[in-house]
Design a protein around this ligand. Structure first.
Ligand code: HGY
Ligand code: MN
Ligand code: MN
Ligand code: MN
Length: 411
């Protein structure tokens, strides 16, 4: 059993050395946030870093034809290994625009360092241990979150994924360089569990004074594209009574989303909008907004979105505009494997906490026993340059992940 007394100093220094390598990759000098979109130069650089880390450890590297990378400690078997299957850990490299440094990469760096800790403690894998880098977790380039893990798990049609486009019209298939392979039951069937380490995207651990926590659940959540269509016209010569201005209906809908969410203790955000033709002196022809809505219970989420659609449709009629709502992605409630979660909470003497953030673990949880570890974030802020995690807490996260991998996969 890996001793708890792994000295902070050397492990913190190893973490910091790793972290300093990645810190400049994709960092925006202006905001201090990260621009790491799938298959763009910064993310490709991180993929190279992943391959180098695997090679430096003599770990076999596999790719699944969907853009996901896997590095293996122990021979990655194939076929249905059932509960004795491989244990996978890891996370994602991509970021939201100007996102934080830790959301994603922390899970991958911690996985490699945890394997180093296990090897240094003289351990060997009784079951293959894999490190995953799942592509397009944020949906920041192609619009569907957890795209890589959804493809891997067969949770999205590969043809739909292939045709997704970025702002420049490049398809996912073009960026990937092939039609995505889609579901990989040969790999998935070989997994006996998935444990993802992630920076906490909130302040619960800071408030209870714990460096590491275990996830108990992920709130159901989804994304809806709201297309408001009106009539383009001159901003100066068009009388107010003659307008069919979609910006009005859009603005009303954003305020209504906020109100309806607060009424239900749910979360609703419209953080992304596109205006056409987007001219100061032209009434828009169309305004497209993306709703991100989440709630602790699926019924609450369904009710929130239904109420919003009704209110927005009524307002559209009043404004003489049209509204089309398209669900772009939906994530049902994720209940992590309770036995595994309880086992890890006991093993680590760590608190269990729910999250409203989506993760690749939320996708894998539908297929293999899955758990998540969180590392304290003193600011509690995420999807922002203000996201933070202390080196000592990150080292504690590495140690915790090493304990978990020792417990689940080593002898
Ligand atoms: O959006 C999310 O919840 C996650 O950070 N991708
Ligand atoms: Mn994120
Ligand atoms: Mn993340
Ligand atoms: Mn003019």
């Amino acid at each position: 059993m890996l001793s708890h007394s792994v000295e902070e100093g050397p492990l913190v220094n190893r973490f910091r050395a790793c972290w300093d390598e990645l810190a400049p990759v994709g960092r925006d000098a202006g905001s201090g946030g990260y621009l790491r979109y799938a298959f763009t130069p910064p993310e490709l650089r991180l993929r190279d870093w992943f391959r180098d880390q695997a090679a430096a450890r003599g770990m076999a590297l596999t790719e699944d034809g969907n853009g996901n990378l896997f590095a293996w400690w122990g021979d990655p078997g194939t076929g249905d290994a059932g509960s004795d299957g491989a244990i996978l850990t890891g996370s994602h490299f991509d970021s939201v625009p100007h996102g934080g440094a830790y959301d994603g990469p922390l899970g991958i760096v911690s996985a490699f360092l945890a394997i180093d800790e296990l090897r240094a403690a003289g351990m060997a894998p009784a079951r293959p241990v894999g490190v995953a880098a799942f592509v397009e977790e944020e949906g920041g380039r192609f619009g569907v979150p957890c795209l890589g893990s959804r493809l891997f798990a067969g949770a999205i049609d590969p043809d739909r994924a292939a045709a997704l486009t970025d702002a420049a019209g490049t398809t996912f298939a073009a960026a990937l360089g092939r039609r995505p392979a889609g579901a990989r039951p040969d790999l998935l069937g070989n997994l006996g569990g998935y444990v993802e380490l992630h920076v906490e995207q909130g302040r619960a651990l800071a408030e209870v004074g714990a460096p590491v926590g275990v996830a108990s659940a992920i709130w159901p959540h989804g994304r809806w594209r709201l297309e408001f269509t009106g009539e383009a016209n001159h901003a100066g010569t068009t009388r107010m009574a003659d307008r069919r201005d979609p910006m009005l209906t859009y603005a009303f809908t954003v305020l209504a989303a906020n109100k309806e969410a607060r009424l239900r203790g749910a979360h609703a955000t419209v953080g992304r909008v596109r205006v056409e033709p987007n001219a100061t002196n032209a009434i828009p022809s169309r305004v497209t907004g993306w709703l991100d809505a989440r709630a602790a219970e699926p019924e609450t989420l369904t009710e929130l979105v239904a109420a919003l659609r009704t209110k927005a449709a009524e307002r559209a009629r009043r404004d003489g505009t049209e509204l089309v709502v398209v669900e772009e992605s939906a994530t049902p409630p994720v209940a992590f494997d309770t036995d595994l979660g309880a086992r890890l909470a006991r093993l680590l003497a760590a608190p269990a906490l729910p999250t409203a953030a989506g993760h690749d673990a939320g996708v894998l949880a539908g297929h293999v026993p899955t758990a998540m570890l969180f590392v304290r974030n003193p600011t509690g802020v995420s999807h922002s340059p203000a996201e933070a995690a202390g080196d000592a807490d990150c080292a504690a996260g590495v140690r915790a992940l090493a304990e978990v991998l020792a417990e689940l996969a080593c002898r």
